[in-house]
Write a new protein. Structure first.
Length: 502
């Protein structure tokens, strides 16, 4: 199936209802691995952060990471889940070269958290509830690097390199219940859910959840039901999707691909699929196993986990303000409507604006610069706002210079441009470029006199009552001062000199 053979999205949704299941893996930010004391620090030499336990050597025994369990409980509570009074780890058996033990220590029928939900807000303000089946603890696999092929995948590679530094890093897998009823908005719901989940994980402080670094990955399960049917279709699972945009694109592509196969009389194969960033397509990976194929059985080397109820309630009481609650509070504090708040959220500017306010700017000025000039620059460069070479403190300083009258908006934009270009701090850019507002009354008065003398006809119109014509004289003064005059003060001076009141 190629991209050109897809059914149109509208035609697909006219015939079928999508059913989604989203599995999100979150790497926890613990200092050591889930079942041993090896470091989780990034960037180390391959295979230098390993030990007999995470390499699965005979005679080694695992020990559960206490912070990993605590993080799992926090995530479960934040997702409105029930927390198990007693749960166990299990061995998930399969042969993968990047799992040296030949099994993954995970949880199967006894997860630590289950039966929760997360409310997500779509771009038009509609709130959609995504129900959570479970959140369970497990360990990550190692990293395979396939060498010699054109795609970086195993097919066509001449050999593979294995790095077990990542093997054993704590993971929390969060699995939704089947998501039905989203209709044509299913891809948007998938994106919004992963975005909200990422913000929640970051707020809890249990992971940086940086998708581009693999700290948070989403598997998109999708099937289609014919309109009017209640029976789920055969699903595909698009693995390890690592950006919000890609989650949405993967869901949309699979809806169109499934529909095309079904409409042509074909059969959907239950399989895993790879997502391709370049064109938004997916391709077949391998036939997908059922749970029984993994031969789960209780892990004999680990004792059950039984979180004390008092401890769980202590963790519940200590949860930080969660993202949706925080956004509603900020929206009220900033005096903006839900549409504006959603635009700020979509731009990834919430935390930047908060930090700018904390650095001394008022919220209106912070929003103005991040959502205006800086958003434009980020868009032109194809970057996120947080990737620009400017800090909230620097934006706050620009806002302060405007507030005190040292800069006007035009000059402030030039200062931001200079900071983004690496010319230094806002004050350094002002000094290097000579951008301060001309505030000397004598210099301004001379510039106003010159503008009146050079534009006598316009001055006469103003004296005759056409006060709106003053804009032409203001423009002349601003040109003379290279935009470095306070336009409001220039207007006042012109009207004073012409003996006209506004």
């Amino acid at each position: 199936m190629t991209v050109t053979e897809l059914l149109s999205y509208d035609a697909a949704l006219a015939a079928y209802d999508p059913v989604m299941g989203l599995e999100v893996h979150v790497e926890l930010g613990t200092k050591t691995k889930m079942f041993c004391g090896c470091s989780t620090e990034l960037g180390a030499e391959p295979n230098s952060q390993t030990c007999p336990t995470c390499l699965g050597l005979p005679g080694s025994l695992p020990v559960v990471n206490a912070i990993g369990v605590e993080s799992a409980v926090k995530i479960g509570l934040a997702l409105n889940c029930e927390i198990a009074e007693w749960c166990r780890f299990a061995r998930k058996n399969y042969f993968y070269p990047d799992m040296p033990k030949n099994f993954q220590t995970s949880q199967y029928d006894e997860p630590i958290a289950f039966n929760g939900y997360l409310d997500v807000q779509l771009e038009d303000g509609e709130v959609f509830r995504v129900e959570i089946e479970r959140a369970h603890m497990e360990e990550d696999t190692g990293k395979s690097t396939h060498v010699g092929g054109a795609t970086g995948r195993i097919h066509g590679a001449s050999h593979s390199l294995l790095d077990y530094n990542r093997a054993g890093i704590p993971l929390i897998e969060i699995v939704t219940k089947p998501i039905v009823g989203a209709g044509e908005r299913a891809p948007e719901v998938a994106k919004a859910y992963v975005a909200e989940l990422r913000e929640l994980i970051k707020a809890l402080g249990v992971s940086e959840a940086r998708m581009e670094m693999g700290q948070m990955r989403c598997d998109v399960n999708l099937s289609l039901m014919p309109k009017g049917s209640q029976k789920f279709g055969t699903r595909s699972e698009t693995k390890n999707v690592n950006s919000l945009r890609s989650v949405e694109r993967a869901a949309r592509f699979e809806i169109q691909r499934h529909a095309a196969v079904l409409q042509s009389g074909g059969t959907i194969v239950q399989e895993t699929r790879h997502f391709h960033e370049d064109d938004g397509s997916t391709t077949s990976g391998r036939v997908k196993e059922e749970a029984e194929d993994y031969r789960y059985f209780p892990e004999p080397d680990l004792v059950p986990v039984a979180p004390a109820r008092a401890w769980v309630e202590e963790l519940r009481a200590g949860l930080p303000e969660l993202p949706r609650v925080r956004r509603n509070r900020l929206r009220e504090e900033w005096g903006i409507n839900e549409h504006d708040m959603q635009s700020i959220l979509n731009a990834g500017a919430v935390d930047l604006i908060v930090a700018t306010v904390e650095a001394g700017a008022d919220s209106a000025a912070a929003r103005k610069w991040w959502m205006g000039e800086l958003a434009r620059s980020a868009n032109e460069q194809g970057k996120g706002l947080d990737e620009l070479g400017i800090t909230p403190a620097q934006v706050a300083r620009v806002a302060a210079l405007v507030a005190e009258g040292s800069l006007n908006d035009k000059l402030a934009r030039q200062v931001l441009e200079g900071v983004l270009a690496g010319e230094g701090s806002p004050d350094e850019v002002v000094d290097k470029r000579g951008l301060k507002v001309v505030s000397d009354e004598g210099a301004l008065g001379a510039a106003v006199d010159e503008a009146i003398a050079s534009n006598a006809a316009i001055a006469d119109k103003i004296r005759g009552g056409k006060v709106a014509a003053v804009g032409a004289l203001v423009g002349a003064v601003m040109k003379t001062t290279r935009g470095q005059a306070d336009a409001a003060r220039v207007k006042e001076l012109i009207l004073e000199k012409l003996g006209v009141s506004e």
